[in-house]
Design a protein around this ligand. Structure first.
Ligand SMILES: [Zn+2]
Length: 60
């Protein structure tokens, strides 16, 4: 599973920090629509919950 920066929850884009545990699990299983690092690098996308700009996710 590739890294995702955020995911779409009911048409809203939500950053990883704002996902609850259940949403994170479904996102990791690829059930919800992922927003890739490339997408957030290309254009400025704001999280629907915290309103912050979504940063690309860099795994350790
Ligand atoms: Zn957020």
């Amino acid at each position: 599973m590739s890294a995702f920066a955020a995911t779409k929850i009911a048409k809203n884009i939500v950053c990883r920090q704002c996902l609850n545990m259940e949403e994170m699990v479904t996102a990791q299983r690829g059930i919800t629509d992922p927003v890739t690092n490339e997408e957030v690098e290309e254009k400025e996308i704001l999280c629907a919950r915290c309103g912050k700009k979504i940063e690309p996710f860099k795994p350790f």
